[in-house]
Design a protein around this ligand. Sequence first.
Ligand code: AHN
Ligand code: ZN
Length: 335
Amino acid sequence: MNNSKPIALLISGFFLIAFTGCWDQTKTTKPGENQSTETKSVFVPEFNADSAYSYIERQVAFGPRVPNTAAHKACAAWLEASFKRFTPHVVVQRANLRAFDGTMLDSRNIIAVFNPEIQSRVLLCAHWDSRPWADHDPDPANRKKPVPAANDGGSGVGVLLEIARQMSLHNPGLGVDIVLFDSEDYGEPQEMQGTNEDSWGLGSQYWSKNPHVPGYTARYGILLDMVGASGATFTMEGTSMHFAPDIMRRVWDVAHRLGYEEYFLTKKTGNLIDDHVYVNQNLRIPTIDIIDYDQDREKGFFDYWHTIQDDMSNISKETLHAAGRTVLTVVYESK
Ligand code: AHN
Ligand code: ZN
């Protein structure tokens, strides 16, 4: 038997594995060039939603990643090891952070750095911790239980791990920092008439005052929060529009070009307190929040927000694909 066929298959298989993605054509108008447009071709790897989904499953399998628990420590170790498969430059920033109720949270911001030598950088972030109390559960008996946090926590991390994997296979050619914030979701429960706005986002408050590189800056930042529920709607959230309207429009333009207008709504909504607030305020990096939020819905956030039903059954690969492909395209087009 002629054995050149298996070799040819092997070779084409290699190209398939190594070079899946597409060349997209972007028209850019350069300021000061008399409106002349240039078309540039940029390679964007394919975002694998199955992979992102499995990264969420892995996190959820640890149990709720509530600070000061064994599940939290084990997941931190797994996140660090995962990043180390994709880049040699991984930083785990540990800090004891004081919660609104005085509890000291053994917190870890987990950071992956790509192309540390390149000055032109972008920031991608999400929180990885789980809320200790399902205080919005319809059943009062569940409100002291922790949240499985598949969507509110797991989804943004799953998407960013897949983006990290793609960047390890195809160098984006610019600096990228992925920061997974800890202790975002330990905010004051509503029944305590929570008005303590700074009780949320403790990890991002710490990192934005103590970045992993002194004097750290980036051209822009994108925060991913609750990007996995089926039927998600990402609106133009007020804090993002206040600090980073140009970035928001650029991301929404890309999403619409890719056909995701059902997810990325051209609708302005109210201001949220989330990790991007502190990145904007303390580091002055224009940072948007891609978040499943619409104040005209009953809950504002997705249906199972801060309930014990925020589990894998609600995670949609289509939604992960929409969010992940959009962010990956924006990053590669930033070169
Ligand atoms: C408030 O509810 C004040 N902010 C939303 C931040 C958040 C909670 N993101 C995920 N969980
Ligand atoms: Zn939350």
